[in-house]
Design a protein around this ligand. Structure first.
Ligand code: GBH
Length: 439
């Protein structure tokens, strides 16, 4: 392994999202989001958990800022709850919502922590869902309006538009395990096009109004590999790479959907009829910074079915394969324009029970983070322009359909008392940040 010392300016961060940590869903004029609606339906979320209280960050953000400072974070990636800004998804902004994110970003600045703001991390205003949500082209225009409000309101340099459009498409519209709980390929890929359009429109607004700032998407990429050399496996892997990676990267970076994937979609969805003249120009608005989120690879057998080849973390989709992050970063450099990359999420869940000494000995997470950071160091050594890295997550939080049972935080949250405790991984990360090298 080459030197695992990171460049002096490397940006060490941690990430969260609004619905997963804020709670206070009925306060200060916040409107309902699709996740409030989805989580309220029995059976949608494990144990009937909801984000109504979550980690109570809306009230405890001051303490959370101090936690970030105590770890030595240089960057904090958070998301803005659209329904706190526009409770109905349109019109004049709610001042109390703007004030919350101003206090948060002021607090970051005071502590020398860079903000990285995500505009949409899945909590669409329910009022927009009632008008068709992402299946309705108008939602992309509403998103651009909301983006403009936030760009003008907050003194933040780096912006991410849409968090993981693929997860919205796959989990929200194909599997139906996330809000809005649709199981329909026909509708899923129409939503996909409008999510990418929203990304492009918002990016344009930023470039027009705030030159000098940066904007990009946050994409979860899954490197795909053959699990065997049976005939058919290689083709299945390429097909899956289309659905997992090229379907998002190609329109954004090359201004065209991948033809093989588009043909496959064409047999299932009227998506193509929704691609209007000029849309791909909007979607391919230059990216200033690419957010890369990596958790696991997909190894596939001949039928294209996923095969688990390596051990998994607590959730069975999370197959541990650090080399996949290296491969993803090197592939981006090989196949796409060389834009600055920030790893905007990487991490793993564990049960994380305190020992008799009160410590959270999460050695498995330390190993995961260390090995993935080593993969980043290897990619840096190959010349891939990775500026920074964000652990998912700063805090234990509402893990969507898994509820509170899957803890991704490097900081433990005792939901009964809302007490925060640094796990061993946070103490380890503090040392990595302080020394700039992996131990
Ligand atoms: C990210 O999503 C999110 O951005 C973040 O909010 C989340 O907390 C974090 O990762 C950890 O999950 O096939 O039904 O088993 C990760 C995306 C997670 C998408 C797992 C697909 C499989 C669901 N994915 N998932 S299922």
């Amino acid at each position: 392994m080459p030197d695992q010392r990171f460049p002096g300016g490397f940006v060490w961060g941690a990430a969260t999202s609004a619905y997963q940590i804020e709670g206070a869903t009925g306060e200060d004029g916040r409107g309902a989001s699709v996740w409030d609606t989805f989580a309220a339906v029995p059976g949608n979320v494990k144990d009937g958990d909801t984000g109504a209280v979550a980690a109570d960050h809306y009230h405890r953000y001051g303490e959370d800022l101090d936690v970030m400072a105590s770890i030595g974070l240089r960057s904090y990636r958070f998301s803005i709850a659209w329904p706190r800004i526009q409770p109905d998804g349109a019109g004049r902004p709610e001042q109390r919502g703007l004030d919350f994110y101003r206090r948060l970003t002021d607090g970051l600045r005071e502590r020398g922590i860079r903000p990285m703001a995500t505009l949409f991390h899945w909590d669409l205003p329910q009022a927009l869902q009632d008008k068709g949500g992402w299946e309705n082209r108008d939602t992309a225009a509403r998103f651009a309006d909301y983006a403009e409000i936030m760009f003008d309101a907050l003194d933040v340099r780096d912006w991410l538009t849409v968090n993981e459009p693929k997860t919205v498409v796959e989990c929200g519209y194909r599997l139906g395990v996330h809000a809005p709980g649709v199981r329909d390929d026909a509708r899923a890929f129409v939503a996909l096009h409008h999510l990418l359009l929203a990304h492009g429109l918002a990016s344009r607004v930023l470039h027009e109004r705030h030159p000098g700032r940066r904007v990009g998407p946050a994409l979860n990429l899954h490197p795909t590999y053959p699990a065997d050399d049976a005939p058919g496996t290689a083709a299945a892997v390429w097909h899956q790479d289309g659905l997992e990676n090229r379907l998002y990267l190609d329109p954004i970076f090359k201004g065209a959907y991948p033809e093989d994937t588009l043909a496959w979609i064409g047999e299932r969805s009227p998506m193509a009829a929704h691609i209007l003249d000029g849309d791909l120009e909007v979607i391919s608005e230059p990216v200033d910074v690419l957010g890369v989120q990596y958790y696991n690879p997909h190894f596939l057998g001949a039928e294209g079915t996923r095969v688990l080849v390596h051990p998994t973390a607590q959730l069975d989709w999370l197959e541990i394969y650090p080399r996949g992050l290296y491969d993803t970063l090197v592939r981006l450099r090989r196949d796409y324009p060389a834009v600055p990359i920030v790893v905007t999420e990487n991490g793993m869940p564990a049960p994380d029970v305190a020992g008799p000494d009160g410590r959270f000995a999460d050695g498995g997470r330390i190993a995961y983070l260390r090995d993935h950071l080593a993969a980043v160091a290897d990619a840096l050594a190959e010349g891939v322009p990775v500026e920074g890295y964000h652990v998912w997550s700063l805090l234990d939080n509402f893990e969507w359909a898994e509820g509170y049972g899957a803890r991704f935080g490097i900081v433990h949250v005792d939901y009964a008392t809302q007490r925060r405790t640094l796990k061993d991984s946070a103490l380890w990360y503090r040392d990595v940040i302080a020394t700039g090298r992996l131990t």
